[in-house]
Design a binder for this molecule. Structure first.
Ligand SMILES: *Cc1c(COP(=O)(O)O)cnc(C)c1O
Length: 414
């Protein structure tokens, strides 16, 4: 068996679908629709009796190649790529939830995911219940016969909280409730969902997969599961397709009707990103741990949170779920917003940006940007503090990153 880093570069070497002219790169099939030999073939394609392409909102060869490589990476049953991480989340919930249903999650969530749950899903009569996942009792109390799924980010963004997924998965297995994880921060290269009874995994390709912020995209990974039988909305599909029920409902109905397909150009950029994925993530893990150690020791930093730091309360969980390293994000506490702003404004190379998993190091003050519209109490509930900044470490030379951080910290009047 070849190593995953080789597979991501070469794809399936036994595939019969060879590139035209022996091109060593996947072609970009920049077309909306496809031609047929004759009407008979066209009819069969529309009935789904052949694998011929019809229309790029439904499937496209460049996107399919990206999906094939992501299946290799995740060891999933089925993969569907969509236009963004948020499209992955909305497609999944529209496939399993209907009016009167509820889902359970934590209030440590990516901003738009929180808004999707509390504003968008709620307007369709779907309720979101928030729990602390370190307490199974609470899960027990909050779930009922209409609970369709549990949704967890690993780790949460921006708090970097790691929940004990294995415990939650055992509980969900017992209850027959679908477990969905958001693996945008780590990708399946670091956190391997297939090992933990997770039913559905989503991630934003925009982060590490894109090769460094080249394009927007998202992925839905579906793992082997029989829990689909407990979802009323999948009743018909379960009778017809059994363990493929979720995938069939998603692919044949929701995905086509929502229309958030990935463009072939973006799929190509993300294929290119996959070729260097392991290289970049290994470097980011190495750099971020060194930066975290440096910040943790600096007298002007009140607190540093990076789960792979030996001093972190989450160190053991990080070793269990993210043994290669916990990715590019770390949080530091500088006590006041003013300190945070002065620190950020001292940078030249470290950019101010909302993205992460870029090749470039980046910084943001979450409280005044992503979460600016939330009231004080809600922010505190979500652990969004005025004195905290989030750093995303890139693949620049470690000495340059540390030098800039050091100068910025030393100039603060603490
Ligand atoms: C970025 C991100 C998303 C959304 O992805 P987009 O590609 O920006 O739509 C969802 N969840 C997490 C944890 C993210 O970091």
């Amino acid at each position: 068996m070849r190593h995953i880093s080789s597979k991501l570069i070469h794809g399936d070497l036994d595939s019969k679908n060879k590139e035209k002219y022996n091109s060593l790169k996947t072609s970009i099939y920049q077309t909306a629709s496809f031609d047929f030999e004759n009407s008979n073939e066209m009819e069969k394609a529309f009935r789904g009796e052949t694998n011929d392409y019809t229309y790029s909102r439904i499937s496209n060869p460049t996107v399919i190649e990206l999906q094939n490589r992501l299946t290799m990476l995740s060891k999933s049953e089925d993969t569907l790529c969509v236009s963004s991480g948020m499209a992955a989340i909305s497609n999944v919930f529209l496939t399993i939830c209907e009016k009167g249903d509820n889902i359970i999650t934590s209030n440590y969530l990516f901003g738009n995911t929180y808004s999707f749950f509390t504003s968008t899903l709620s307007s369709f009569g779907i309720e979101t219940r928030f729990v602390k996942f370190d307490n199974i009792e609470e899960l027990e109390q909050q779930s009922d016969k209409n609970t369709r799924a549990i949704f967890i980010e690993i780790p949460t963004n921006p708090q970097l909280v790691i929940y004990d997924i294995e415990k939650i998965a055992l509980w969900a297995e017992k209850k027959g409730i679908i477990l969905i994880t958001d693996n945008s921060i780590l990708t399946p290269y670091i956190f391997e969902a297939h090992k933990y009874n997770i039913d559905i995994e989503i991630f934003s390709n925009t982060k590490f997969i894109s090769g460094g912020a080249t394009s927007i995209g998202g992925t839905i990974q579906i793992y082997n599961s029989d829990k689909w039988k407990n979802i009323p909305k999948l009743k018909k599909e379960y009778e017809l397709y059994g363990s493929k029920a979720f995938y069939k409902k998603l692919y044949n109905e929701i995905y086509r009707n929502v229309g958030a397909c990935l463009s072939p150009q973006s799929a190509w950029l993300q294929l290119l990103g996959l070729e260097t994925l392991s290289l970049r993530i290994d470097k980011v893990n190495e750099n971020t741990l060194k930066v975290a150690q440096f910040l943790n020791d600096h007298k002007n930093v009140y607190n540093t949170e990076y789960p792979s730091l030996k001093s972190s309360k989450q160190y053991d969980l990080s070793q269990k779920y993210m043994p290669k390293g916990s990715g590019c994000l770390l949080n530091i506490n500088l006590k006041t917003k003013e300190n945070c702003f002065n620190f950020m404004d001292s940078f030249k190379m470290i950019r101010k940006g909302t993205n992460f998993c870029d090749n470039k190091s980046m910084v943001i003050h979450p409280s005044s940007t992503i979460y600016w519209g939330l009231d004080k109490k809600l922010k505190e509930n979500m652990k969004i503090y005025d004195g905290t900044i989030r750093l995303s470490i890139g693949i620049e030379h470690i000495n340059d990153i540390i030098e800039e951080l050091n100068q910025g910290l030393n100039s603060l009047k603490m």
